[in-house]
Each structure stands twice: as C-alpha cells, then as structure tokens.
Design a protein around this ligand. Structure first.
Ligand SMILES: [Zn+2]
Ligand SMILES: [Zn+2]
Ligand SMILES: [Zn+2]
Length: 316
C-alpha cells in the first residue's frame, strides 16, 4: 500500500477507533469489527456523495453516461451493507446450536460480495458486447470527462483504503468490497475513454477495453470466492503451524510437538495439539507444562489452545 493511502487510513483509524495497540495488525474481534464498520461507512458515505455529484452534473450537463454512472455508484452501497451485516452477524455470541460462535459468517459475506463482483464482471462483458455491436459514438463534453476521471480517482482511493483496512484485519470481505469500488472507478474511466475516442471517430475502443476489464473482474471475483470457500472448508496455514510448534518447543520440558490443528472460526481460532514430555513427570508437573504451552500459544497467536500430553517417544 502506498504511503499516501496509508496516511489517510491511519488518519481515519485514529479518529474513529479507540484503544487499538497496533493499528497495522488487528486480531481482536471487537476491534476488527470496528475497522470493518469504518470501511463500510466510509464506502457508504463516499458512494452516496459521489452518486449525488454525478447525478447533479449528469442533469446539468445533460449526460446520460454520467446519470448511468451515478446509478452504478449508488448501487455500490449494497455491498457495503453486506459488510456491515456480515460483521454484525459474525459477532453474535456462541449459542447451543453454534458452540464455536458465528465468526464464519464473515466468510459467507465474502462469498456473497464475490458473487456480486462476478455478476458485475459478466455485466461488463455484455455491455461491452452491446457497445461493440452498436458501433455508435458516446456523447459528452470535456467537462463530463473531467467529472468522470475525478470520480474515478476518488473511487480508486476508496478502493485502496478498503484494501488497506482489509489487510490490517486480514479480512477478505473488505478486500472484496474494495474490488467493487475499483470496478466503479474502471467503469468511469471507460466512459471517459469512450467519450474522448468518439470525438476522434473511434466508437469501439471502450468496448474492446471493456472485454479485458470484464475478464479481470470475473477472475478477481472467482479468486476471492475460492479463497473464502477454502477458509470455510477449513484450510491449513503451514506458517501458523510452524510458529505454534516453535512456541511450544520454547517452553521448558517440551521435547516435541505434533498433530497441530488450527480450527478457524473467523473471529476465533481453536488450536488442538500434542506435546511430548518426560514420562517420569508427575501429572501435576505435566499438566503445568501443558498449561504453559497453552498460555504461550494463546498469547502469541490470538487463539484458544487445548494441549494433549504424550510421553517422549510415543507419538500417539
Ligand atoms: Zn446460532
Ligand atoms: Zn488444565
Ligand atoms: Zn500425540
């Protein structure tokens, strides 16, 4: 992320979030939710303001492209509402039916936004095909082009802030929403190109570029979708496993650690692992080693750990 975007994100966080120790890496569920709401509200306010500006200029300049673009921008509020709903529901406490909490709803929200992204990509493809077939000029003044490009710039900035926030709380939901913003920016640029190229008698430039954009959006949507689906299925992060193993081995009395499993429930992660200790230890001693390992892993990895104790050499 570039320094300019990062400084804006820092500014937004400092003015809206309280008591965040490290604003670049957030694991606490409540603080993650705060960051997600920040992204969603920034997006909603940004989109509403941009849509109004586009509508006003669209009517003033009598530009159908600007009005159509305004409708697109206004509809982007929908994905940000999915972000809010997703994080609200995923923060529900555990209940009898869902003893591990509802954190994985975040992954479902990401799937929903990814599907919406793919639909936008397909629509891009269709409208590009229509433009190619029609072979007609897009009317518009340089002022319309200027408004379009300025709006695209702002929307790209919103997209980058969303990606930045998403990376800080490692949330695919925010990254997916960010890509939605980016598609709107690209759409505005394409219309600007269409108007400019039409002025020179080229009526198909935006259509051809549109096909490329369509493929890019569909590809990105599918990537975000499969990423989130993989997390829902339950993927293993080898780096985390290795880190947990090292933490366990750093506790004195632990000869080995194995069978480490991480169950990721979105805003809570459960670790189950085995350690090997000297068989001559008393139960009290072995138990206190196990507890030290649990504390060590819990504090460093933001997880809840359960340790099973084996005697050295028996990896059962
Ligand atoms: Zn439930
Ligand atoms: Zn215990
Ligand atoms: Zn074992």
């Amino acid at each position: 992320m570039n320094a300019f975007t990062r400084s804006i994100t820092d500014f937004l966080i400092r003015n809206t979030q309280k008591n965040v120790e490290d604003i670049y890496e957030v694991n606490d569920p409540v603080q993650r939710q705060g960051f997600a709401y920040l992204e969603a509200w920034m997006s909603i306010i940004g989109n509403v303001v941009l849509a109004i500006v586009k509508f006003v200029f669209g009517f003033m300049l009598n530009s159908i492209s600007l009005i159509a673009d305004a409708v697109h921008t206004a509809s982007d509020v929908l994905t940000s509402l999915v972000v809010i709903l997703g994080f609200k529901l995923s923060s529900l406490p555990a209940d009898e039916k869902h003893p591990h909490g509802h954190g994985r709803i975040e992954f479902i929200a990401t799937l929903v936004i990814a599907i919406m992204l793919i639909i936008v990509g397909v629509k891009f493809g269709f409208s590009s095909y229509e433009r190619l077939k029609a072979n007609t000029p897009v009317q518009g003044s340089y002022l319309v082009v200027g408004v379009m490009l300025l709006a695209a710039l702002l929307k790209e900035l919103m997209s980058q802030i969303s990606i930045d926030l998403g990376q800080r709380i490692s949330s695919g939901t925010l990254i997916a929403d960010a890509w939605h913003h980016r598609t709107d920016a690209i759409a505005s640029v394409l219309v600007a190109i269409a108007i400019l190229a039409s002025g020179f008698g080229y009526y198909k430039v935006d259509a051809i570029l549109g096909f490329g954009v369509s493929a890019l959006i569909i590809w990105t949507g599918m990537e975000i979708f499969s990423d989130s689906a993989s997390k829902l299925i339950g993927e293993t992060n080898q780096e985390d496993i290795a880190a947990i193993e090292q933490l366990a081995l750093s506790v004195s009395g632990v000869a080995d650690a194995h069978d480490i499993a991480i169950h990721d429930y979105g805003n809570s992660k459960h670790v189950v692992m085995h350690i090997e200790v000297d068989e001559k230890l008393t139960v009290i001693e072995a138990h206190s080693i196990a507890e030290r390992v649990e504390h060590m892993v819990n504090q460093n990895m933001w997880v809840t750990t359960t340790v099973h104790v084996d005697r050295v050499g028996s990896s059962s």
